[in-house]
Design a protein around this ligand. Structure first.
Ligand SMILES: *[C@@H]1O[C@H](CO)[C@@H](O)[C@H](O)[C@H]1NC(C)=O
Ligand SMILES: *[C@@H]1O[C@H](CO)[C@@H](O)[C@H](O)[C@H]1NC(C)=O
Length: 159
């Protein structure tokens, strides 16, 4: 009988998150390995990354599949943390929470797929979709941030 032992290679338990789709601002390098630098951004609201021109566009009211990765796990068994998906106008309005996903203790590199609904916003207003990871772990930063630039446009037949 084999005994599997989980060994943490990381003395400091920094959790990591990366936003795959829509694609996060900036680079997304080396994310096939736990502990990737591009997945450890801790500055609100977007990890210190500036808006890009490469926004992803969706139809108003369309279903959006948000795909993100827990790049490095640091699960708190007694009081699990969470992931929060929210949407903000680029020019600072209060974020609107679209979905909350509990941290179920999934291993590092786990990919989460969450369906959210695009709002019926006026077209041509740039937004950012933000995913945060709050691991609720004393040995990690309180919140990790990623943002993707998104816009909403009327689509044929949807008006
Ligand atoms: C969006 O998802 C909901 C719930 O899963 C579904 O009922 C609806 O038909 C979907 N809308 C579109 C436009 O695909
Ligand atoms: C887990 O959460 C509880 C309640 O917030 C906290 O007291 C405890 O320190 C956390 N555990 C770790 C390992 O951070």
């Amino acid at each position: 009988m084999k005994i599997f032992v989980l060994v943490s290679l990381f003395a400091v338990g920094y959790c990591h998150i990366c936003l795959l789709s829509p694609p996060q601002r900036g680079t997304m390098t080396g994310i096939n390995s736990p502990g990737a630098k591009d997945c450890i951004l801790t500055t609100a609201p977007c990890g210190g990354r500036q808006p890009t021109r490469d926004a992803t566009f969706y139809g108003r009211g369309e279903n959006i599949t948000v795909t993100f990765m827990k790049n490095l796990d640091h699960y708190n068994k007694t009081s699990p943390g969470k992931f929060v998906i929210s949407l903000s106008e680029r020019e600072g309005t209060t974020p609107k929470v679209l979905a909350t996903v509990p941290d179920g203790g999934e291993p590092s590199l786990h990919i989460y797929t969450v369906k959210v609904r695009a709002p019926m916003e006026p077209p041509n207003t740039m937004h950012y979709l933000q995913v945060t990871y709050e691991p609720n772990n004393a040995q990690a930063p309180k919140t990790f941030y990623q943002c993707a630039d998104v816009g909403f446009e009327p689509r044929n037949g949807s008006e």
